[in-house]
Every structure is written in structure tokens, then in C-alpha cells.
Design a binder for this molecule. Sequence first.
Ligand SMILES: *Cc1c(COP(=O)(O)O)cnc(C)c1O
Length: 357
Amino acid sequence: MKKVHNFNAGPCILPKEAIAASIEALKEFSGTGMSVIEVSHRTKEWEAVMNECEALWRELLDIPENYKVLFLGGGASMQFCMVPFNLMEKKAAYLETGVWAKKAFKEAKGFGEAVKVASSEDKVYSYIPKGYEIPKDADYFHITTNNTIYGTEIKHDMDSPVTLVADMSSDIMSRPMDVKKYGLIYGGAQKNVGTAGVTFVIVREDLLGKVTRHIPTMLDYRTHIAEGSMFNTPPVFPIFVMTETLKWVKNFGGLKAMQKHNEEKAALLYNEIDRNPMFVGTAALEDRSLMNICFVMTEQYKDKEDDFMKFAKERGMVGIKGHRSVGGFRASTYNACPKESVQALVDCMQEFEKMHK
Ligand SMILES: *Cc1c(COP(=O)(O)O)cnc(C)c1O
């Protein structure tokens, strides 16, 4: 197989071990004589996977008993409307830190009074707003912990006077976190915990059943809680891949070890961006993401961006083109991205610098 360094923002690089186990299960699943995509989701073999998946989530994130863990379809984008459907009676507050946050806010407007407490749109979402007021009468406060496109991240579990809801699509399982500080956490699996097709939701059960509106069956979290995420056919293969990915995270040493690994990779690349006179980071220093590292070429070398892209591509770098709204480069250094790949990118940047001295 061709050797590349995969920095794709999503779907993202996955652990080799998880891919190998998934290939085996596609051939034969758990001694059933059938592929994992052929077996009934009502078999004991499949139930064992669902149970293991949930157990891994609970163990890795130390999820308290009164929280439910759900595996649904629809992507994180579906949660933009499911959250207000289930939790917003009158008013909800949103922090706008990027286009995903903006999309979530837009959906909430259809359900009542949606308040934008702050936005960093004025500077292309290159920082996390601070010093805003969260309305105490809001049903919840929605944040996006990692802004995949702009490379900013809220790296701590913040305090909120009202229920905290977080889109953690692109930084879930990248560090230990205090689930108790949140009322609901959701995300698409394809950034850091698996392949596209499954969405995780962690919700404190007592928050549900408080709104007066009618909630369609499939959009009501209680439906999926009651049926163990198997009210209808679950996305079996994505759940299988996610389970194998989480096993790898556990074998890696859990989230403390993962955080160290992610911090080391990010430091390696940010140090080079800051040292190399040809490159400059785009995110505010204190808000720099550990998962998506965004940078451009300095004014003096602006006309060299295409050259560098070509140069890096020839050396096996994949997925380093920045999002069209930011330009430049973005290296996504998710859990499964090895340090060796980050070093290869740093080497590229240094070689390119030498060529232009
Ligand atoms: C990718 C992404 C989404 C959208 O996820 P889908 O599963 O494709 O709907 C939402 N929020 C964040 C932060 C993302 O990175």
C-alpha cells in the first residue's frame, strides 16, 4: 500500500488495528459464518458489540450512571435540531465560534428565542470569544469545543450557570474531560472516533421530557434510550469501527496518554510554524487547537503557497489544504495521526525553507 501522511479533517485517519479488525469482521463476524454487514442486529453477537461499545465510552470518559450514551444516525448536523427539539422550551444561548456553531444556532431559531452570546466571525473565527454573559433563564448554553475549520479549541470544561450542551465532533476522546459539567454532548464519529455514519450522544437523562412540544418519535432521545439505540436498525458497521477505534484508545493507555500524545504532536508543529519565517499560524495563541492546526504563508512568501502544497504532496502529505474560508494549510492531528507524520510535515517545512533561503 502507498505510504502517505494523512492529515484529513474528516473523515479522518483511523488506527491501523481498527481497520484490520473491521476488515476481518467484514469477512466473518464473531464466528457466525456471515459478514458483520449481513448479520441481524437482534443477535446476541451484535448485542455484545453494542454493549462493548457503550462500556468503552463509559470507561474512557468516566461517564456517570445518570447519563445515557446513544449511537444514532443523521450526523452531528442532525443534532443541531434534535437538541432544541428536546431541550428548548423558550430560550437557548449559543456561542458562535465557527460555521458549525452558526449552523447549530440557525436551527435553534426555529424553536424559540435563540440568543447569540458572542461571535468571533469579525476575525474569521480565529479566536474564542471571552467575557460574554450567559443568560440565566436560558434552557441551555451551546458551545462547539473544537472548531475544525479554524483551528480553535475550548480546551477546558467550562462552568455554565445553565445546562451546558457541547458539539464535540472533532475533539471527543482527545483528552480526559469532566462529563458532569455538561448536560449533553454530541458529535459525528468520523473526526476522532470512527467512520462516518454514526453519531454519539451523551445525555443526562433528567433533562429530558421537560418541553411541551410534540417531538417526532425518531427525534426524541427517549425513544432511543428506551430501545438501547436499536429502535430501528442501527448503523452497524460504523458502530463496529467505532468500537475497534475505542479499543485502540484504551490499549494506548486511555485519555491521559492520548492527551499527552496529542499535545506532543501539536507542540511539534506549532513550534515549527512559529520558528519558520515562511509560515504563520492563524488561530489566537491561547485558543490553538490540538486537533486542527491552521497556518498560512507569511506576507513575504504568500505567492509560494501553491509551490509548498505541491512540494508537500510529492512527499506524501495528504489533506493539508486549508478550508476555503481560511485558505493556507490545515493539518488535522487527530488521535490516530502518528507523531511520525507530524515530523514528516515539519521536515517538509524545513526543507522548503532551505530551498528559499
Ligand atoms: C464535521 C463537524 C460537524 C458536522 O458533522 P456531520 O456528522 O457531518 O453532520 C459538526 N460540528 C463539528 C464541530 C464538525 O467538525
